[in-house]
Write a protein that binds this ligand. Structure first.
Ligand SMILES: Nc1nc2c(c(=O)[nH]1)N[C@H]1C(S)=C(S)[C@@H](COP(=O)(O)OP(=O)(O)OC[C@H]3O[C@@H](n4cnc5c(N)ncnc54)[C@H](O)[C@@H]3O)O[C@H]1N2
Ligand code: MOO
Length: 579
């Protein structure tokens, strides 16, 4: 499922206690890991491409800075947005036939995310065609009603934010002073904070195989038997002893039967695939490679070598061999292997219990949108997504915009993790921050430098439970899932971080001047083609996506390798995984 994660070999871990996770892990480090891994392990869907692409990246035009340098540079003054949350307007794009072709299939331009023909995307309006803001949006322009305890924002020591000079607690805004700037956390750092917020999962439990799918091994899987447990025939035919021709013995050996009587040299007996081979057998002759004459003598029409088509006992493993490490997700194949190796049940990390609280008076649970009401997209989306991240979703409650209902739900829930949707911003009905403050929660992440989804948050309640606050815009909520919920739940569910993915962009993707962008894309011939309809309020792009591409501040060039985040269905994405 989701990345970027460290490789198990370098960052292998099952809980937040492994010191190796303390290393900084930015985009460049993650990409370097991918390149390393690609050299070691040729079979990866996100196999990075030739060095030529990297060389091209290093190319510096004679009259200007390299792309990377340009990316690090501040955007030119004329592009500076009026507010910190706005991106510059796009510059005109050159006509490129190949781009046009790609666009026909997978039209994309984040600055043009409305259907073709509509007004261009403007980050300030969050992907919508420009229009007068609705009444509730204008209410958001009001100053932030609550001031947070910025001391309570936990940052690892040495991070740029923590190291930044300035007062620990900003002054309270007064009617004459502008709203306090929001201390958003850089995207990579937010993921690390979420990963380290918890030390590990619940105490391991033994569950029946039928219940273990999707859980994580809490102990290495060691073989309880040799596999195969006895010498078996790999083919239908005859077990033979010594060189032929052989005298065929009456009867035969079938799978599931006790060991047949041993063979003497020059003897053969009919045998089925999977049957125990009789003691004394030197090979199995396939049925299509032998003929029996009238005197019941078996003749080989093709020679079979010593031991041919016999699977010797212990060929796959010996009793006690470690088959899989602790931290492995119990996939269907793991269930099969465990059963073959003698297990009736497995010691696993129980799923962390997660409760979803959907906020918003405007949400309908059925029927068509009407009278300003819209369908709740997140209530139906989150349970299976969270489950794919290792959680057990115990309940989905729809609370409307009711601060008291939210406070009660947070105070009374017994889930280890609460996930709220909506209400993270600073509008009059956005109750998440004030309620957290009332409950004495500690904000570990309060806003992230990522688009969409920058108002996302991670908080710790006084009793140690965690709350992931997802923004209400549906794609922004997905961004929050991938940024904060995935690392938190990965550690709580005992999973090992997967190898980070990287893929080359088929076409340029504009970036935000300072924030990371998460852009839905499809994978085609090893390249990522960014998708259209990927505004913060839209799910149309992500619903057809294979991965989320992590676009660094400043954007990505055609051919540039960028990190990717897997989606729950990514394994089925481009058909290259099942070879
Ligand atoms: N003055 C400002 N206003 C806003 C800012 C900002 O920085 N300054 N940020 C914008 C961004 S970015 C986002 S994202 C949203 C986040 O807002 P909330 O988390 O408070 O979410 P809501 O206001 O409740 O909802 C936003 C949007 O999403 C729709 N929504 C909510 N829940 C659902 C759901 N379950 N299914 C489908 N759609 C949902 C809701 O109707 C709104 O349209 O704030 C911006 N404002
Ligand atoms: O742009 Mo907001 O970040 O819609 O998520």
């Amino acid at each position: 499922m989701t990345a970027p994660h460290g490789t198990p070999s370098r960052r292998g871990r099952t809980n937040g206690e492994d010191p190796s996770v303390d290393e900084d892990f930015g985009a460049e480090e993650a990409l370097a890991l991918v390149r390393d891994d690609a050299r070691r392990e040729p079979r990866t869907r996100t196999q990075t491409r030739s060095g030529a692409r990297q060389d091209a990246r290093r190319d510096t035009p004679p009259d200007g800075p390299s792309h990377d340098e340009a990316r690090r540079a501040e955007p030119p003054a004329r592009d500076e947005p009026a507010g910190r949350d706005e991106a510059p307007r796009p510059t005109a794009r050159r006509d490129q036939p190949s781009r046009e072709r790609a666009r026909e299939q997978y039209p994309h331009d984040p600055y043009d995310q409305a259907p073709h023909g509509q007004a261009p995307y403007d980050q300030a309006t969050h992907g919508q065609a420009q229009q007068a803001p609705p009444a509730r949006e204008s209410a958001r322009t009001a100053a932030r009603p609550e001031v947070f305890d910025f001391d309570a924002v936990e940052e690892p020591p040495g991070t740029p934010t923590a190291a930044a000079p300035g007062p620990a607690r900003p002054p309270k805004p007064t009617p004459s002073s502008p709203p306090t700037p929001h201390p958003a956390t850089p995207w990579h750092q937010a993921r690390r904070i979420a990963e380290r917020a918890v030390a590990g999962g619940r105490a391991p439990e033994r569950v029946a195989l039928a219940e273990a799918g999707g859980l994580v091994l809490a102990a290495p899987l060691a073989a309880l038997t040799d596999l195969p447990p006895f010498d078996t025939s790999a083919m239908d035919g005859w077990a033979v002893a010594g060189p032929g021709p052989w005298q065929l013995r009456a009867g035969g050996a079938l799978a599931g039967h006790a060991e047949p009587k041993g063979l003497e040299d020059g003897e053969a007996v009919a045998i089925a695939t999977g049957a125990r081979v009789p003691y004394g057998s030197t090979a199995v002759l396939r049925s299509e490679h032998g003929q029996v004459d009238a005197r019941q003598r078996l003749h080989a029409v093709r020679e079979s070598g010593q031991g041919q088509d016999i699977r010797p006992r212990g060929q796959e493993c010996r009793s006690g061999d470690q088959l899989l490490p602790l931290g492995t997700v119990v996939t269907p194949a793991v269930l099969g292997l465990a059963a073959a190796a003698g297990y009736d049940g497995l010691l696993v990390v129980p799923r962390p219990r997660v409760e979803v609280l959907v906020l918003g008076d405007e949400l309908l649970t059925s029927g068509l949108p009407r009278e300003g009401l819209i369908r709740d997209a997140l209530g139906p989306m989150l349970p299976s997504w969270l489950r794919s991240l290792g959680a057990e979703v115990t309940a989905v409650h729809r609370l409307g915009d009711d601060a008291e209902a939210l406070r009660t739900a947070l105070a009374e829930s017994t889930a280890e993790v609460l996930v709220t949707t909506g209400g993270t911003a600073a509008g009059p009905l956005d109750h998440v921050h004030p309620t957290l403050r009332r409950l004495g929660a500690r904000l570990l992440v309060d806003g992230v430098e990522v688009r969409p989804g920058h108002p996302m948050l991670l908080a710790r309640l006084p009793d140690g439970r965690h709350l992931v606050g997802l923004p209400g815009n549906p794609l922004a909520a997905v961004s929050g899932l991938l940024t904060l919920a995935e690392p938190l739940l990965r550690v709580l569910s005992g999973r090992i971080a997967a190898r980070p993915g990287a893929v080359a962009l088929r076409e340029e993707v504009p970036g935000h001047p300072r924030d990371t962008r998460l852009v839905p894309a499809v994978l085609r011939e090893g390249e990522a083609v960014p998708l259209h309809f990927s505004g913060p309020a839209m799910l149309r792009g992500i619903a057809g996506a294979d991965v989320m591409v992590v676009v660094p501040p400043g954007g990505g060039r055609a051919g540039e390798e960028l990190l990717t985040l897997d989606l729950p269905w990514s394994a089925f994405g481009d058909g290259e995984c099942f070879t």
